[in-house]
Design a protein around this ligand. Structure first.
Ligand code: FUC
Length: 820
């Protein structure tokens, strides 16, 4: 009875606060001031804007996805090939530091270390006489992708709305007031870009035209053009050479178009002026209402696919910045749901078919020299950006990433050949819009050879969700050639005799035993990645019925890779030798790639490795940078420990700089490395999904890691699982799955793992699972048994009881299971 009462109480409070219209909004009672990380982001994958919401001087900071420093270039170091044998010998002889010194000279690029994603500039609107205002409010509506600012001056109410229209490829600003003829302002452009001209023209447009900067010896050659055109209802428009004055208008709509000469990573022959004008004129003929309607419809097509309800409490009635301050101690489950959906919003806004992939900052950067160039770090960050794509039902948004990997498979072919004498393709730990694949930043960071190996996993995963063989055939050469590089690059380890990468490194970390050098051979993460690449290509070749001989060769080589090792502290070894330091709290825990996003370590299939991975996670600790903590949410979800995953969500969702835990979140809910890095946002959205549902470990596991605070009640709809299963809706109460409706997109066996006994709705029984899962999308690869240090103490996991069922499904059919 007590239990029922509490459910009733929770449901009733939920219903009351759910009527709060602000639930899927970021909103504030104050403007952003001068702080960029207080401004609110809009984007359509091609254009991005940050809106400050300052009353008397509004700033709309603008980005276009192809405005990058430099121009087509390569950054290989051709000296590598001749020194490869020497470097290998030094590493195998324990002379890592000497190898590093040589590698700095012959492998690390002497050219560009990667180019920068650049800002276009700011549209600045100065409103005279608006210093004193009242009733201030600004919001970002995640359900409609509209930013809005409202305030009152005297007895006049003003409203500004801003969208980055998806179908019209424009930023559109709409200004209205409660009394006619009361909108007056001066519009101008400002920019940190040096090679720019800002002008008005005869058609009363404000224009910004420029060429991007040179960087690290590469000439800036991206030409960009931005046009802002003003449509007035009433009032007048006058101009100077570089400003427009609007007086006494009743309504103003500003259409902003930005385009460049960029066609692709090796072609800058487009015409930025024609492009910018054509987008502008297509949109300018439409009213704001028409553009807004089409934008919202296009956006909702993505956003509305997933709904998450974790309950709503009174805490949700406060402004976003206050909720962020309180989250640690307040009971505010809806804030986690809001943050989750903000991740999806950011992905829809920064990654659209035909555009560039989301950078380290998505599509939002105001700096001429942004942190880490706001480019693509592919030893974790760029991959993390794309973790939520498939499972939160946004598969189309994968296209820019897939295209980038295809591009690298071309540029990286020359890198593989010229630097390592290998066939196939490879990339080091960074790339940029020019798809540079050379080694950068210094040997400590840059001698990492898995930029191809890791990124192709995303292409394969895309297939595991959609089952489209034509798509698989189209990317197969990219997968195969990533494997081919390893076939040629692997060497026999003189001491252990396994086939290993050398030089190699576990991203950005070094054992004390190596005198500060990260260089090594056969590190755990690389072995796991090569294992995955070979397994992927073997499976893909089989599905496409091709390359049997090559596949057999890969199977043979795969059997010669090093197994995982469990070291003296019961940890998963990061390196082949047992040299981990249990007090090492480094942010990269790359060897747990095997736990997530890969699936080589499982609580159910590899209990010893699972236990070792858990020890590693504990030894490394929670404190870290933003993206690292976000990765830990995914790992703890895979550890089936919802409370620990939740603890990391709490660490992430606190104002930046307020805690020794590191990371944190800015007022606009951008994740803080610090500085702002968007991977943490996307990683957390992925992690929350993994707490609700996992589909990588041979079956669809529902509610694998629900923390105590979410146990009472919750529901989610629209998540996608491998094998094309869509969770149309799933509800839980008191930690039990009460109902799940699942649509089978591709048919095949649906193997379910659930926390309690369930049955098919309508009374028909569900068969307990027996044997292997016949569904090919759920195939799990058997990894070799780990090598365990005699000093290690292994405590095998005590796993909560779960129930596993098999349900044969038909494509297109929907199945409902309920609590038994
Ligand atoms: C890697 C990380 C850093 C940062 C950078 C962009 O080098 O080690 O923490 O995220 O990428």
């Amino acid at each position: 009875m007590k239990q029922l009462c509490s459910i009733f109480f929770l449901l009733s409070t939920t219903v009351g606060f759910s009527q709060n219209k602000n639930l899927l909004k970021l909103w504030y009672n104050k403007p952003a001031g001068n702080t960029w990380e207080n401004a609110l982001p809009v984007g359509n994958g091609k254009l991005g804007a940050m809106i400050y919401g300052n009353v008397d001087t509004e700033t709309v900071q603008l980005n276009e996805n192809t405005v990058w420093s430099g121009s087509p270039n390569r950054n290989d170091n051709p000296l590598a090939l001749d020194s490869l044998a020497v470097i290998r010998k030094l590493i195998f002889n324990g002379k890592q530091k000497q190898a590093e010194i040589l590698a700095n000279r012959v492998i690390i690029s002497k050219k560009s270390q990667g180019q920068m994603f650049e800002p276009v500039g700011n549209l600045v609107l100065a409103f005279p006489g608006q210093q004193d205002y009242s009733h201030y409010y600004r919001e970002l509506d995640l359900e409609n992708a509209v930013q809005k600012t409202t305030y009152q001056v005297g007895d006049i109410s003003y409203m500004r709305e801003v969208i980055a229209s998806l179908p019209d490829r424009l930023i559109v600003i709409h200004l209205t007031a409660s009394k006619p003829a009361s909108i007056s302002f001066t519009a101008s452009f400002s920019t940190p870009e040096p090679n720019v001209s800002i002008k008005t023209n005869t058609t009363n447009e404000l224009t910004i035209a420029g060429t991007t900067i040179d960087h690290e010896g590469v000439k800036g050659m991206v030409k960009f053009k931005g046009i802002a055109r003003f449509k007035l209802a009433g009032g007048s428009l006058a101009k100077t050479d570089s400003t427009l004055d609007i007086k006494n208008a009743s309504e103003v709509t500003i259409y902003i178009s930005i385009a460049t000469n960029f066609n692709n990573y090796h072609d800058l022959s487009g015409n930025e002026n024609e492009r910018a004008a054509s987008y502008l004129y297509r949109g300018y003929s439409k009213s704001f209402a028409t553009i807004l309607k089409a934008h919202i419809a296009a956006y909702k097509k993505y956003f509305d696919r997933v709904k998450l309800d974790l309950g709503t409490t009174e805490a949700s009635t406060l402004p976003t910045d206050e909720r962020l301050e309180n989250f640690d101690t307040a009971n505010d489950p809806q804030f986690a749901a809001l943050y989750y959906q903000f991740g999806r919003y950011l992905l829809i806004s920064s990654s659209q078919p035909g555009g560039q992939p989301a950078t380290l900052q998505g599509i939002w950067n105001n700096k001429l020299y942004p942190p880490w160039d706001s480019k693509y770090t592919i030893n974790i960050n760029a991959e993390m950006n794309y973790w939520p794509v498939e499972k939160t039902n946004l598969a189309e948004l994968d296209q820019p990433f897939i295209q980038m990997v295809k591009d690298m498979s071309v540029t990286g072919k020359q890198t593989a050949r010229d630097m390592y004498g290998a066939r196939g393709w490879m990339a080091h730990h960074n790339t940029d819009i020019w798809r540079a694949t050379g080694g950068v930043d210094g040997a400590f960071w840059g001698i990492w050879n898995n930029g191809g190996g890791w990124t192709i996993q995303n292409l394969w995963e895309h297939y595991l969700y959609n089952g489209d063989k034509n798509y698989l055939a189209s990317v197969y050469p990219v997968l195969r050639d990533a494997a081919l590089f390893y076939v040629d690059f692997l060497v026999e380890h003189p001491k252990y005799h396994w086939l290993v990468l050398c030089p190699d490194m576990s991203p950005e970390n070094a054992p004390a035993a190596h005198q500060g050098s990260s260089l090594d051979a056969g590190v755990t993460m690389s072995n796991q990645i090569v294992f995955d690449v070979f397994s992927t290509v073997i499976d893909a070749a089989k599905i496409l019925n091709k390359d049997k001989t090559f596949s057999d060769k890969l199977k043979h080589i795969r059997s010669l890779l090093p197994p995982m090792h469990i070291g003296q502290y019961g940890q998963l070894q990061e390196w082949l030798d047992d040299v981990d330091d249990p007090n090492d709290h480094h942010r990269h825990i790359s060897h747990l790639y095997g736990l997530f996003p890969s699936n080589q370590i499982s609580p159910y299939r590899t209990p010893e490795l699972y236990s070792a991975a858990k020890n590693t996670l504990i030894q490394r600790g929670d404190v870290s940078t933003g993206w690292s903590m976000a990765w830990k949410i995914n790992w703890w979800a895979k550890m089936l420990d919802g409370n620990h995953a939740y603890k990391l969500i709490q660490n992430q969702l606190r104002p930046v700089g307020t805690s020794a835990e590191g990371g944190g979140t800015y007022n606009n809910l951008f994740d803080a490395h610090p500085p702002f890095q968007i991977d943490g946002n996307f990683g957390c959205t992925s992690g929350i999904t993994e707490m609700l549902m996992q589909s990588e470990d041979g079956m669809l596991h529902l509610l694998p890691a629900i923390p105590d605070v979410w146990q009472k009640w919750g529901s989610v709809s629209g998540l996608l699982a491998r094998g094309g299963f869509e969770i149309i809706n799933m509800q839980w109460k008191e930690g039990k799955l009460v109902k799940a409706t699942i649509k089978s997109g591709l048919g095949g066996n649906l193997r379910l793992r659930v926390p309690n006994q369930v049955t098919l709705s309508g009374g028909a029984g569900l068969k307990p699972a027996i044997g292997g899962n016949s569904n090919p999308f759920y195939k799990t690869e058997v990894t070799p048994a780990p090598i365990i240090s005699p000093k290690a103490t292994i405590t095998l996991p005590e796993l909560k009881k779960t129930f596993v069922y098999d349900l044969p499904t038909q494509p297109g059919k929907t199945y409902t299971i309920v609590l038994k």
